[in-house]
Design a protein around this ligand. Structure first.
Ligand code: PNS
Length: 160
């Protein structure tokens, strides 16, 4: 059986403890896991693409089979280029399911050989999102325990 390469795509603006929890779970199951950051010209992210790459590389350093990369355009095209067989996505609550199902089915329609695998983060992260982390940090609240300590420092500097 060939090694299984999985792609964990997202915006990661910034990476949270919920993302990291999923990366850890994914890294245990798949032979290689590529965390792929979407380069989206339309969105105006808080952190630049290179900052997000740097932050993700820093926090995923302990995982020897995890790589950080970025992509633009269609996710399935990127997955094909990388030779991936799996797309990994996290589902926190029922509310995530509808959109995730739509994306997974659409990706399957375009590329039937690619499987989307959903994993659940630890229950303590089921309420966590990058959007809320950004909002709390921008309004001067504490994000301790929501993001890795290195990201907490970056957020503080970014919004100060
Ligand atoms: O962290 P996010 O914003 O929930 O991640 C969304 C992401 C990057 C997985 C999604 O927007 C995506 O795959 N974008 C790439 C463009 C694409 O392939 N669109 C068709 C999806 S069916």
């Amino acid at each position: 059986m060939n090694p299984i390469l999985a792609i964990y795509p997202g915006s990661f603006d910034p990476v949270t403890n919920g993302h990291l929890d999923l990366i850890e779970r994914g890294a245990k199951i798949f032979d290689r896991l590529v965390v792929a950051i979407l380069q989206n010209a339309e969105k105006s992210p808080l952190f630049t693409l290179s900052e997000r790459i740097e932050m993700l590389r820093e926090v995923t350093r302990p995982f020897s089979n995890v790589e950080v990369d970025s992509f633009r355009g269609l996710l399935v095209e990127y997955a094909r280029r990388r030779g991936a067989r799996v797309l990994l996505r996290g589902i926190r609550a029922v509310s995530d399911y509808e959109f995730e199902l739509q994306m997974a089915m659409m990706n399957r329609k375009i590329e039937s050989g690619l499987e989307t695998v959903f994993m659940l983060p630890a229950a303590e992260y089921s309420f966590l999102s990058s959007r809320l982390v950004r909002e709390i940090a921008q309004l001067g609240g504490s994000v301790a325990g929501l993001v890795p300590p290195a990201i907490e420092d970056r957020l503080r500097t970014k919004v100060s």
